[in-house]
Design a protein around this ligand. Structure first.
Ligand SMILES: [Zn+2]
Length: 140
């Protein structure tokens, strides 16, 4: 039996007693029966909210495991890091003067003129590729 059904059952029993409606004790009984009914409703609402939250957490958990799959997928993460596997975009080679680590950067990073060494996190500044710049200016 659900809580609300039990509360309704108790209320019915109290009504069935045909108590004197002017009696103070009767009022107390009826207030208690009302309270039980209200509490049963509240508990049912809370249970509904709880179920909704559980569903949402399940959804978030599924989404997160999808993200984890991507993160632990080496093919995917390779695309996110500088690498020399892609000959076209990673055409520029920068050697860190601090630790000697060779880093391959793309054109965007080159245009910024500064990168952070992935090994020692030293900020590496370098001149915009002067040779290419000169050539392109001459063409104009
Ligand atoms: Zn370095």
């Amino acid at each position: 039996m659900q809580l609300s059904e039990k509360a309704a059952y108790i209320k019915g029993l109290i009504d069935g007693l045909e108590l004197d409606p002017t009696d103070k004790q009767t009022k107390v009984f009826k207030l208690i029966a009302e309270l039980l009914s209200d509490m049963a409703d509240e508990v049912r609402e809370l249970e509904q909210c709880y179920d909704d939250v559980c569903d949402q957490v399940d959804g978030i958990s599924e989404d997160l495991s999808g993200v984890e799959d991507l993160l632990y997928d080496e093919d995917f993460t390779d695309d996110l890091t500088y690498s020399d596997s892609d000959g076209q975009d990673m055409a520029y080679e920068v050697t860190c003067p601090n630790c000697g680590r060779v880093t391959y950067i793309n054109e965007d990073a080159l245009n910024d003129g500064v990168i952070k060494c992935p090994e020692c996190h030293e900020i590496l500044e370098f001149d915009y590729n002067e040779d290419e710049l000169d050539e392109s200016e001459e063409e104009e």
